[in-house]
Design a protein around this ligand. Structure first.
Ligand SMILES: NC(=O)c1ccc[n+]([C@@H]2O[C@H](COP(=O)([O-])OP(=O)(O)OC[C@H]3O[C@@H](n4cnc5c(N)ncnc54)[C@H](O)[C@@H]3O)[C@@H](O)[C@H]2O)c1
Length: 312
């Protein structure tokens, strides 16, 4: 099979591309290295460098036909969407439209999209969200992702392109970019724990905030499964564990597992940050039967990886 994976120089896209290649497929990647790295691009992939919201980049695909387009690349920080709202809009929404048009033109019938739990925003005294709940984006990032979901829906109804919008909760794991201190709660804290130039750990916002943390290997499995299993067809799905972990618990577990102790300093929260929501994942569980990796086990794998990274 032949696949396009956007954002293949990034954390999630790179891991998906790697798995697809290991399974013997042909994989094209588009990335502009905005937050991605060359070392994430698997050697066997066919790489196109450029911004996927631009016609000049899409044209470089030369009309190649794909069995599925995995649109994983994007701008993934709520905070940055306030600093660069136009870039966010182009990267997270215009790109979806362009790639859907490419799918239509080349007769690609399957489109898998990396959406986000941020589309739910927040609601007073409600912590757990299911796909039927109302969306209420609090950042430009979330607005752009939600708009992309709507484009998918219309393209499926009007042009017969099947889609799956995966509302990823908080993804963490081996391979995550530790240098981006604006995205990824677990990686941000791990960086500050392990990097000796950080004398203390800065937590932007309350220690009582919480996240639904899902390990990268589960994300890769589910995302690829979505392209194969017809139960995922034309669905929006929460991709989370259904468990909440507070910032305090994350820090405590990092401290225990890493055996590193630093002072925690709590500062003001960032714009558009959610206090906490977690997934009602019963829709996912009804079609995906594999057990998800616990935070304890996932963190252990990540710390082993970081130990090698920092000590070699
Ligand atoms: N990591 C998470 O916890 C999380 C949670 C919810 C949703 N998501 C979504 O999953 C996707 C992947 O996230 P990630 O954690 O791998 O982020 P990442 O920053 O590691 O990867 C994104 C990749 O997209 C590339 N990219 C960005 N804009 C581009 C453009 N205009 N043209 C070409 N390439 C571009 C970047 O260079 C990078 O390689 C994103 O769309 C994000 O919104 C991630």
């Amino acid at each position: 099979m032949r696949y396009l994976v956007t954002g293949g120089a990034g954390f999630i896209g790179g891991a998906i591309a790697k798995r697809l290649l290991e399974d013997g497929n042909e994989v094209y990647i588009i990335d502009n290295f905005k937050t991605g790295y060359k070392f994430n691009i698997p050697k066997k992939a066919i790489f196109i460098e450029g911004d996927f919201s631009k016609n000049s980049t899409i044209e470089k695909l030369n009309g190649v036909e794909f069995d599925t387009i995995f649109h994983i690349g994007g701008q993934s920080s709520g905070e940055i969407s306030f600093e660069e709202p136009e870039y966010d809009l182009n990267t997270n929404t215009l790109s979806t439209l362009k790639l859907l048009q490419y799918a239509q033109k080349t007769d690609c019938k399957k489109f898998i999209y990396a959406s986000t739990m941020s589309v739910y925003g927040e609601e007073k005294s409600k912590e757990q969200f299911s796909e039927d709940d109302k969306t209420n984006p609090k950042s430009f990032y979330a607005v752009g992702k939600l708009a992309s979901e709507k484009y998918l829906d219309i393209f499926s109804k009007e042009y017969g392109i099947d889609y799956t919008a995966l509302r990823y909760f908080n993804v963490y794991g081996v391979g995550q970019n530790l240098e981006n201190l604006k995205q990824g709660m677990v990686s941000i804290y791990l960086k500050q724990f392990f990097d000796k130039s950080f004398k203390e750990i800065e937590v932007k916002g309350s220690l009582e905030r919480f996240r639904d943390l899902i390990y990268i290997d589960d994300i890769v499995d589910i995302t690829i499964e979505a392209s194969k299993d017809s139960n995922f067809k034309n669905q929006i799905l929460n991709i989370g564990t259904g468990k909440k972990t507070t910032v305090k618990d994350i820090l405590k577990l990092i401290k225990t597992q890493s055996k590193i102790d630093k002072k925690i300093v709590v500062t003001n929260g960032t714009k558009g940050d959610q206090f906490g929501i977690y997934a009602n994942n019963s829709k996912l569980k009804s079609i995906y039967k594999k057990e998800l990796i616990s935070f304890e086990d996932g963190l252990k794998k990540m710390i082993e990886w970081i130990n090698v990274k920092y000590n070699s």
